[in-house]
Design a protein around this ligand. Structure first.
Ligand code: SAH
Length: 339
């Protein structure tokens, strides 16, 4: 059986006769959310049976679900080969966020991130990313709210290390006869894979870009994010300066605040210098602490002081709220924890 969720509509159309069946199936599966191809009554019985024997539209099995006191939910979804994909649903008053993984584990080994300690097991397929979204959507949103969510590729893995599958998943999610997610509702977060950022810049459809920065000088960033030794800050920021932005669109920079390491006034000033001339928004993420990490979270005062330097220099800076910390669902905490 072939996984339906791995296919873009044009690919599907090329395998089906008549080809407009692809659009019918997309609407049935993504918009009407049928769980069984046999229930698509506009098709003949024979046709339904033939499709059902060829195409698998089952979502992955739920392995574990964890609920935070703040309403955040973390899912471990079991994939065909037994591996687990980790997904987080973050409810908010004005909009909900579905955070999906692009890989099992991660190869980048950032020193403050638990996923980085796992190493990379494998890339996820496009279908395995699409079904994370569908699972979280169907498990959390009622009929009236069914489309009120944004997607962030900020779960396990480095999306740009899995470029082709990630872009395919984005196109499937964007399809107007499918979930019809606009590009402005999807954000791809990267630790800074330079050639892939340049490739992304040339795509016809581009999601929002977020860059995980965390060090504002090469010396510091080399220590914290080994990828910086390959693609240093000046080259990374030069590529971001070239990145095409729509009217009023901005690049997001994620900056993890580590006590005594990245939280000084000098660090804040270095960050201001680095971002000069870029239409940027900064999300400050106070470290989510863990026993396995040697770093500490700064005090509230240090966090505010850092934020104020950015604001005083005309940079939009927000402190990311800590969500799902009690269920290991917060930034940098995803590591397939099953308890
Ligand atoms: N590999 C991509 C996608 C992961 S996004 C990237 O690096 O952008 C995960 C975000 O969580 C990154 O911005 C990372 O900097 C942040 N993060 C990692 N570990 C963290 C921790 N312990 N506390 C807070 N944020 C963390």
């Amino acid at each position: 059986m072939k996984s339906f969720f791995d296919y873009e509509r044009p690919e599907l159309a090329a395998t089906l006769h008549p080809s407009f069946r692809a659009t019918q199936l997309f609407k049935a599966v993504y918009q009407r959310r049928v769980e069984n191809l046999d229930s698509i009554t506009e098709l003949s019985k024979g046709e339904r049976a033939a499709l059902a024997s060829e195409w698998d539209i089952r979502l992955p099995a739920l392995y574990r679900r964890f609920e935070s006191v703040d309403g955040t939910r973390r899912y471990l979804l079991q994939l065909a080969d037994g591996e687990l994909a980790e997904t987080v649903f973050i409810p908010e008053e004005t909009r909900n966020t579905i955070c999906i993984s692009s890989q099992v584990g991660c190869a980048l080994a950032c020193t403050f991130c638990l996923t980085g300690q796992l190493g990379l097991t494998r890339n996820l397929t496009a279908g395995e990313m699409v079904t994370q979204v569908l699972f979280a959507q169907r498990d959390n949103l009622s009929e009236e709210q069914i489309d009120s969510f944004n997607i962030v590729l900020m779960g396990m893995g480095e999306p740009l290390h899995n470029y082709d599958n990630v872009m395919k998943a984005i196109r499937i999610l964007h399809d107007k006869h499918g979930l019809n997610m606009s590009m402005s509702r999807m954000t791809l977060s990267t630790a800074g894979l330079l050639p892939a950022i340049q490739r992304l810049a040339a795509e016809p459809h581009i999601p929002n870009l977020a860059i995980s920065l965390t060090g504002a000088t090469n010396t510091k960033r080399n220590e914290l994010m080994p990828i910086n030794r390959k693609y240093p800050l000046e080259e990374l920021l030069a590529a971001v300066r070239q990145f095409p932005l729509k009217h009023r669109q901005r690049v997001t920079f994620e900056y993890v605040l580590l006590k005594g390491v990245t939280d000084s006034l000098e660090d804040a000033q270095n960050l201001v210098k680095l971002l000069r001339g870029i239409r940027a928004k900064v999300n400050l993420i106070p470290l989510n602490e863990a026993d396995e990490l040697d770093y500490r979270r700064p005090s509230e005062m240090a966090i505010q002081r850092f934020q104020q330097v950015l604001i005083d220099n005309g940079i939009a800076a927000y402190v990311r709220k800590n969500r799902g910390n009690d269920i290991s669902a917060a930034c940098g905490q995803l590591k397939k924890m099953v308890v």
